[in-house]
Design a protein around this ligand. Structure first.
Ligand SMILES: [Zn+2]
Ligand SMILES: [Zn+2]
Length: 786
């Protein structure tokens, strides 16, 4: 045998960094060592796990190769540092012995907590097996699956630090927990019918209802059209039968959520195919261990109630990720369930039983409760396949608290810093060294409830990663709650402050994901962001580096009569855009669906500049176009008009054919004025109105609108390139969620020979803003210390 021909054993130490704690990594290494006949040990340490193995050289080598190649599904190996040690000879002394040594964690811990993971196939099999001792047990899990982040109070990730601390394991569970060869070895949330959490049903009044089987009773309620609040992994869901139109409408009324699409959970991939036309990539996304909500094309005749996602061709669909959810579908009584975050509008999701009773009592007819405490609020993540790649729309459960590298391949390190994010869809980020840890989606920071959630989550992640920020990065907008909070906090605790412009943060984030220092051409196409001139930006052509930018060009400024009101009522933007393009008040009013009185008021506001900021936002241009094409006067949720417009364009051919819809480039320098290039929109509105009047199909108009906008920005990029020679273009901002626009821009730019970059692990929308802020902050600090 090989051992005999290599009498001299080698000993090797391997430090493995990444997500390697709480994901079944130690039992995996244990098995691997036994298979290779190696002696030694493995233990957790502050930076990951430390392994020492001893045996024949080629076996040690194979062990190291298999370590990476066969790592458990939930593990993420960032690096393996191996070095040779003097052999102790233990491998030669009869049987090789490999041990798992107790955690000994001192000093700073950088491994953190794993993300929550969907029930694994092994556990699912046990859940449905009448002979298994965990048959139908709603909380089974193992080292390959189960809750992590949401049940953990602090590091290290060990049972006493989780909400499982109060459940003492029974002898059978303890034996599994202690057995290195068992799938449940050190599975912190390990539990069973005898020792773990339990479920029960309550009425709207919070009184427990005596039933034999809480899951069966819940299914009965749902089939009867009732609204049930179901406690999940990162919070409560409000659930109704998604095929029952009346139940869906009742949920909308009680939740005060009228137009915004609701997510639908179905049993498995096959069931998802029945309600959506899925691509292979979308199916893959549905099955990832984060089990995100995937925005996919609705299937005609799929049987989902119209009220679930009205007016758009997409449906947010996802699969069960907790045993309790699997049980709801197990007997095939329910086909599809609306599972929407249990909150009122943009408030944080409810997690605590008493909190849920108080906040949801007026919405839910009943509760499916359990007694495993949720310690961290975490919504479902949302993803979509955009322009051939998966894109994060909402980064939450299953992703948090995994870090994203600060700047791939660049020599950039961050001192401990906090980036507070933006105003809407807030996500903050903590950075240290080469990692950026983004928080879960926190919702809008418009009120104190939102701010409380922000503080609660910040406190937790600071403890988790032991990061005490020396710098706080915030948005340039002086009026944001996050800015005010950052200033107050800095004053109290002493860190320095850095303000970063919104669109620079968007572009820099995407640059950092691709390891670009710049300068690049950054197209930041977005809803709202505060500009350096105090105006509202959002259709920006930047020349960007990580630590700074120049505004090369932008969409023409248009008045926003009523400010915030113009966002909620797109007809105002339509009227303002038409007036700006030279239409008289009467015809602008007729086209925008405004009354004579409304037109007079808007004209007066605009003339006097009363509550009428100027904006270069592309989001507002989309709103205006949607108001004209679809006659939409009001929106129920952010970006609704733009989403509907994209949906309307649907299957229209999508070659670039903007024609007169293409914004004209106006270069002030040709007229001796030193201002950025302007993408003028007057001709666009005239062309659009002409097409409307000529009775061209609305789908065609919507498609031409997308093409014109894309073409305008491609031409603007050409101007930058002509002047600077830059050939790299970075696409970012919330408008990049728009599949048609993203594809048109990328294809058009590539045709012109540009190298085009889009976000990978970070959302292009405001959910990704804090990552970009952290990058800019780190780059500026690095420059200062040069
Ligand atoms: Zn499992
Ligand atoms: Zn047990």
């Amino acid at each position: 045998m090989t051992e005999e021909t290599h009498p001299k054993p080698v000993r090797c130490e391997a430090l493995v960094r990444g997500v390697v704690q709480g994901v079944g990594f130690r039992p995996f290494v244990y098995r691997l060592a036994l298979e290779e006949g190696l002696a030694g040990f493995i233990g957790n340490d502050t930076d990951g796990v430390r392994i020492e193995v001893e045996g024949a050289a080629e076996r040690v080598e194979r062990f190291l190769a298999r370590l990476r190649a066969e790592a458990p599904a939930l593990a993420r190996i960032d690096s393996v540092t191996a070095r040779e040690l003097a052999a102790s000879g233990e491998a030669l002394r009869g049987q090789a012995k490999f041990q798992i040594v107790a955690s000994e964690v001192t000093g700073r811990v950088s491994t953190g907590i794993p993300a929550d993971a969907a029930t694994c196939p092994d556990c699912l099999r046990e859940l449905m097996d009448p002979a298994d001792r965990r048959y139908r047990y709603p909380f089974l899990n193992c080292t390959n699956c189960g809750p992590r982040f949401t049940i953990t109070r602090r590091i290290p990730y060990d049972r006493p630090q989780t909400s499982m601390a109060r459940f003492t394991m029974c002898a059978a569970c303890q034996a599994e927990y202690d057995d290195p060869a068992n799938r449940r070895f050190h599975a912190q949330p390990n539990a069973c019918w005898d020792c773990g959490p339990r479920v029960w049903v309550e009425g709207a009044d919070g009184a427990e209802i005596a039933v034999d089987d809480a899951v069966a009773a819940t299914i009965e309620l749902l089939l009867a059209g009732k609204i049930v609040a179901i406690k999940g992994v990162g919070g409560f869901h409000l659930s109704v039968d998604a095929t029952n139109e009346a139940a869906v409408m009742r949920l909308r009324e009680r939740k005060h959520r009228y137009g915004k699409p609701l997510a639908v959970m179905v049993k498995n991939l096959e069931a998802a195919r029945a309600v959506c036309d899925l691509t292979a990539e979308e199916e893959e996304l549905l099955m990832t261990s984060a089990r995100p909500i995937v925005l996919a094309r609705k299937r005609e005749g799929g049987g989902i109630a119209e009220g679930v996602a009205p007016g758009i061709p997409w449906l947010g669909v996802f699969l069960p990720y907790a045993p309790l959810q699997h049980l709801l579908f197990a007997l095939n009584q329910v086909r599809a369930l609306v599972m929407t975050s249990a909150n009122l509008s943009e408030e944080p999701i409810a997690i605590d039983n008493d909190e849920a009773r108080a906040r949801l009592g007026g919405i839910a007819d009943a509760f499916l409760m359990h007694d495993r405490e949720i310690l961290q609020r975490c919504d479902d993540s949302v993803m979509a396949q955009v322009d051939g790649a998966p894109q994060l729309i909402r980064r939450a459960r299953g992703f948090v608290p995994l870090g994203v590298e600060l700047a791939a391949g660049l020599d950039l390190e961050a001192p401990p810093l906090l980036a507070v994010g933006g105003h809407l869809k807030n996500v903050f980020a903590l950075a240290r060294g080469r990692q950026v840890y983004q928080s879960q989606h926190l919702g809008d920071l418009e009120n104190l409830t939102g701010l409380e959630f922000f503080k609660e989550s910040l406190d937790h992640l600071m403890r988790t990663f032991e990061i005490e920020p020396e710098t706080v990065v915030h948005d340039l907008h002086p009026g944001y709650l996050s800015t005010a909070w950052a200033k107050e906090w800095a004053e109290e605790r002493g860190p320095g402050l850095i303000a970063v412009q919104h669109h620079h943060a968007h572009v820099a984030g995407c640059m950092a994901e691709h390891g670009l220092r710049g300068p690049v051409i950054g197209l930041a196409l977005d809803g709202t962001g505060y500009g350096t001139d105090g105006r509202i930006w959002g259709g920006e052509v930047l020349v960007s580096r990580l630590d700074g930018f120049e505004r090369f060009g932008h969409l023409e400024y248009v008045p926003m009569p009523g400010g915030e009101a113009a966002i909620k009522e797109p007809w105002r933007m339509a009227f303002a855009a038409l007036r700006n393009a030279g239409f008289d008040s009467e015809s602008a009013a007729a086209l925008a669906g405004a009354s004579e009185q409304e037109a007079r008021v808007l004209d007066r506001m605009t003339e006097r500049g009363v509550n009428t900021p100027l904006t270069s936002s592309l989001g507002r241009i989309f709103d205006a176009a949607a108001a004209l094409i679809l006659g939409r006067r009001e929106v129920d949720y952010e970006a609704q008009a733009a989403i509907e417009l994209e949906g309307l364009a649907g299957d229209e051919p999508d070659k670039l054919d903007g024609g007169d819809y293409t914004p004209e480039l106006w270069d002030g320098k040709n007229h001796g004025i030193d201002v950025p290039l302007v993408l003028k929109t007057g001709r666009l509105w005239k062309a659009l109105v002409e097409d409307l009047r000529a009775g061209l199909s609305k789908a065609r108009i919507a498609a031409r609108f997308h093409s014109g906008i894309a073409e305008g920005f491609i031409r603007a990029a050409g101007k930058v390139s002509g002047k600077t020679g830059i050939r790299q273009v970075v696409l970012s901002g919330g408008c990049m969620h728009n599949r048609r626009l993203a594809r048109l821009l990328r294809e058009g730019l590539e045709e012109e020979g540009y190298e085009v970059f889009q976000h990978v692990q970070v959302s292009p929308g405001d959910g990704g803003l804090s990552y970009g802020q952290a990058v800019v902050g780190a780059a500026m600090l690095a420059k200062r210390s040069e």
